[in-house]
Design a binder for this molecule. Structure first.
Ligand code: SF4
Ligand code: SF4
Length: 153
């Protein structure tokens, strides 16, 4: 009799621990594309505040560092939820995946509690553990490198 070992892959499921919506250093704020910045500014103004940002350039594409300290102004601390979840920027959608344009590396952030727990449990993590976040990562990379996917032939 042969035994088949079924290995179940853990798919990332946010624990809503709030850690990634808190910024102790404004240089670690999410990177925004131009349209995302405009959308966030409109949403912020509707709530009576504005957001701070600094212009950056990645591969000739103008992007912006969202400068904030403490909890993100769109974070609902009581409900432990992002109040703009459906329209949050790609950088937030792809987390805990990070992209380093200087090295071309995609990183899985150990600062994420789910990642930490999975690693502590001996899990070997890769992009396949993060299907939804990988889609956001791919969209961000396509925008930075102007990659278009099309059917060949
Ligand atoms: S936009 Fe939402 S997910 Fe992104 S940092 Fe703010 S609260 Fe968190
Ligand atoms: S740190 Fe990870 S588990 Fe915690 S809220 Fe952020 S994405 Fe979710």
């Amino acid at each position: 009799m042969s035994l088949t070992q079924v290995v179940r892959m853990r798919v990332f499921q946010c624990l809503r621990c709030d850690e990634c919506c808190y910024f102790d250093n404004e240089e670690r704020g999410p990177i925004l594309f131009e349209d995302e910045l405009a959308r966030l500014r409109a949403l912020a103004r509707a709530r009576g505040f504005d957001i701070r940002y600094r212009e950056l350039n990645i591969n000739g594409v103008r992007v912006y560092r969202w400068l904030m300290r403490g909890y993100c102004p769109f974070y609902d601390r009581e409900g432990k939820a992002c109040t703009i979840h459906a329209v949050k920027p790609l950088a937030c959608k792809m987390y805990p995946l990070l992209y380093n344009p200087n090295t071309g590396e995609v990183l899985i952030s150990k600062e994420c509690r789910w990642v930490n727990e999975a690693l502590s449990a001996g899990e070997r993590l890769g992009l396949s553990n993060f299907p939804e976040e990988t889609k956001a990562l791919e969209e961000a990379l396509a925008r930075l490198y102007k990659v278009k996917v099309r059917i060949h032939g």
